[in-house]
Design a protein around this ligand. Structure first.
Ligand SMILES: Cc1cc2nc3c(=O)[nH]c(=O)nc-3n(C[C@H](O)[C@H](O)[C@H](O)COP(=O)(O)O)c2cc1C
Length: 221
C-alpha cells in the first residue's frame, strides 16, 4: 500500500486499473463456473456504500438463480433485444469495427443469457418520480452509483457483468414473474459470472479534456 502523505492512501495504479478496466463483459462470462452466494452478498454490501439521495434507502437487489426464472427472463430480454440489435446491425454495418463488435457481443449475450449463472436486478422502492429533472436524478442517482460499485466489486474478485436495460421493455412481465410489486421500478439487469481471463483494457473514449469545460460553457467555433 502506498501511504505517502500527499495521496489518499491507496495504491493509485491499482485503484485506477480497477476503475478504468471494468468493462461490459458478455462473451467472456464463464457460463460454466458457479458463483458462490457469499461473493454476491459481499459485492452487494460494497454496493450499499454508494451514495443515496436524502439518506433515503430506496435500493433493492433481486438475485435470480433459478433456471426456470432465468429462462423466462432471457426470453423476455430477447423479445426486445433481438429486434433492437437487428436494427443496430444495419446501422453498424461498415461503420466501425468497434460498433460491429459491440452489436455482435450484445447479440451473443441475448442468445445465451439464460446460461449465465445468475442475474441481479437492481430496483427502486418506491418507484421513480419523473415529474422533474431533480426528482428523476435523485431516484436514479440513488441506485446507479451502487450498481457501478457492485460491478467494480465483482471485477476486483475476478467476476464480470454488463449493465443491461433492454429487458425493461418487458418490465411488467418480469415483475410479475418475480413478484416485484407494481410500485417498484427495475433499473437494470446485470448478468453475473466469473470472467474468462482478467486482462481487460481501458476503452477508447472521447478525450476528457474535449468535454471538460472550466468555468464557462465554450462558445461554438
Ligand atoms: C444505460 C446503459 C444501458 C445499457 N444497456 C445494455 C443492454 O441492454 N444490453 C447490452 O448488452 N449492453 C448494454 N449496455 C452496455 C453498453 O453497451 C456498454 O457499456 C458499451 O458497449 C461500452 O462498453 P464498455 O463499458 O466496456 O466500454 C448498457 C450500458 C448503459 C450505460
Amino acid at each position: 500500500m502506498n501511504d505517502k502523505p500527499d495521496d489518499g492512501g491507496f495504491d493509485l495504479g491499482e485503484a485506477d486499473r480497477l476503475l478504468t478496466t471494468t468493462r461490459a463483459v458478455r462473451r467472456r462470462l464463464d457460463l460454466d463456473r458457479p458463483v458462490p452466494r457469499e461473493v454476491v452478498e459481499r459485492c452487494i454490501e460494497v454496493a450499499m456504500q454508494a451514495p443515496i439521495g436524502g439518506n433515503q434507502e430506496v435500493r433493492r437487489w433481486v438475485v435470480v438463480t433459478e433456471q426456470a426464472l432465468k429462462d423466462e427472463i432471457a426470453e423476455a430480454y430477447r423479445s426486445s433485444a433481438i429486434p433492437y440489435l437487428d436494427e443496430k446491425s444495419q446501422d453498424a454495418r461498415g461503420r466501425s469495427d468497434q460498433q460491429e463488435r459491440v452489436v455482435a457481443s450484445a447479440r451473443f449475450l441475448a442468445t445465451n443469457l439464460e446460461r449465465v449463472p445468475l442475474f441481479v436486478i437492481p430496483c427502486i422502492e418506491p418507484g421513480t418520480d419523473l415529474s422533474s429533472n431533480v426528482s428523476a436524478v435523485a431516484d436514479y442517482a440513488s441506485v446507479l452509483p451502487g450498481v457501478w460499485n457492485f460491478q467494480l466489486a465483482l471485477r476486483a474478485r475476478g467476476l464480470g457483468s454488463v449493465l443491461t436495460t433492454l429487458h425493461l421493455y418487458q418490465e411488467s412481465r418480469v415483475a410479475h414473474l418475480l413478484g416485484i410489486p407494481a410500485a417498484v421500478n427495475q433499473v437494470a439487469l446485470l448478468p453475473v459470472a466469473y470472467t474468462v481471463g482478467r486482462n481487460f483494457k481501458p476503452a477508447k473514449r472521447v478525450d476528457a479534456q474535449q468535454v471538460t469545460y472550466w468555468n464557462v460553457w465554450p462558445t461554438p467555433q
